[in-house]
Design a protein around this ligand. Structure first.
Ligand SMILES: Cc1cc2nc3c(=O)[nH]c(=O)nc-3n(C[C@H](O)[C@H](O)[C@H](O)COP(=O)(O)O)c2cc1C
Length: 354
């Protein structure tokens, strides 16, 4: 019934509206609904997973379900009190940056419907780390719900400079640790749509960043959000470097940039280019998860992200070696029941294996 309503009624209406306006509308509605008991109850009745336990402890953090909302949807932390009601065990808030950032010029978000992808050219729009800390301090954290915080560098000419860029990351990381906000942190080194490009995705660039971050005391697990557009050799070089730092794991991974990977590249907007989410990320990320697990065994916690559009896509990432899952595009294209369906499938998978 809920699936039918989303796919046949709501989605056709929403997909006729401009993508970023729909996103903003849902953040506004979710933010309000989360403040009312009735709102939480209604959403929870429809979408919260309530079956046999799928609890999992990763790096000392207990997740009620291993399905998390990926960075970029709740970039200002306005949904941090409600997402447990739609079947998520946690989320990555952000990416947050040292200074507030308006993002790139609009339009900057588009659906490629037949390709099951989104073109993302947001450019790290967010209120800035200090405002987000203030908001989260006032937010009632749902019991058992995990807040990860994704950290990136401010998307402006000032932080395009290498030293300034590193200081930008360090400022946010320091402030979050000082205020003890966030259960884990992810360093987003691979945002494709910013001034100065993906400057930290080579070992020579990443080393000074991780060296500076290491000087800031933290008691929380730290992960790196990896690019998925690198060949295995270069990806593995990054892993070798990361291995020498106190980094617990990797999120694999960020957006794809290769439009020829899309089933229908002609759906791309003519006037701007952004990173691609959804189906175009699926194989690249799953292959990198598998190779990372094969080579590095349990050295890295692996958070599988990219193109989880169905339950079987989620299972494939777990089979490949992912400890946790993250998604955005599947929730938009399939509907918010996807998270609950994945949890249900996990219980079957585990009883099947036991
Ligand atoms: C609208 C949108 C905004 C995003 N913004 C961020 C971001 O700020 N930081 C980040 O690390 N990833 C960001 N991403 C990438 C996602 O976290 C994720 O890696 C990617 O979308 C692949 O997952 P999916 O196919 O399930 O959407 C964004 C993705 C989307 C769709």
């Amino acid at each position: 019934m809920i699936r039918f309503f989303y796919k046949k009624v709501l989605k056709p209406i929403l997909f006729h509206m401009e993508a970023e306006s729909v996103h903003n509308l849902f953040v506004k509605l979710g933010h309000r609904a989360g403040k009312w008991k009735l709102g939480r109850w209604l959403l929870g009745s429809a979408y919260k997973y309530k079956g046999p336990t799928v609890e999992k402890t990763v790096d000392g953090i207990r997740y009620m379900t291993p399905v998390l909302l990926a960075a970029g949807f709740d970039y200002n932390g306005k949904l941090a009190h409600i997402l447990d009601c739609v079947g998520f065990g946690g989320e990555e808030i952000g990416s947050v940056t040292a200074r507030p950032c308006e993002g790139n010029e609009k339009p900057r978000l588009k659906r490629m419907i037949k390709s099951q992808a989104l073109v993302v050219f947001k450019g790290l729009k967010n209120d800035g780390v200090d405002a987000i800390i203030k908001r989260l301090k006032k937010t009632k954290k749902p019991k058992g719900f995990v807040w990860g915080i994704s950290i990136a560098k401010t998307n402006d000419p000032q932080s395009a400079d290498m030293a300034e860029g590193i200081e930008d990351y360090c400022y946010s990381f320091r402030r979050l640790n000082e205020e003890q906000i966030g259960d884990f942190y992810t360093i987003n080194i691979s945002c494709p749509n910013v001034h100065g490009g993906e400057s930290f995705t080579t070992p020579d660039m990443l080393r000074p960043l991780l060296t500076k971050l290491r000087e800031i005391p933290t008691t929380k697990p730290v992960y790196i959000k990896m690019p998925i557009i690198l060949p295995w050799g270069s990806f593995d070089e990054l892993l070798s470097l990361i291995d020498s730092f106190p980094i617990k794991g990797v999120v694999i991974g960020n957006l794809n940039k290769d439009y020829t990977d899309a089933d229908f590249p002609e759906e791309a907007p003519a006037n701007y280019r952004g990173g691609l989410s959804g189906k175009v990320c699926q194989k690249l990320s799953t292959d990198l998860i598998r190779k990372t697990k094969e080579k590095w065994k349990d050295r890295f916690t692996i958070i599988g992200c990219g193109g989880i559009l169905t339950v079987s896509d989620a299972m494939e990432k777990l089979e490949a070696g992912a400890d946790l899952l993250q998604l955005i595009t599947g929730m938009i294209f399939e509907g918010p029941h996807l998270m609950k369906d994945i949890s249900k499938a996990i219980t079957k998978r585990e009883s099947f294996h036991s």
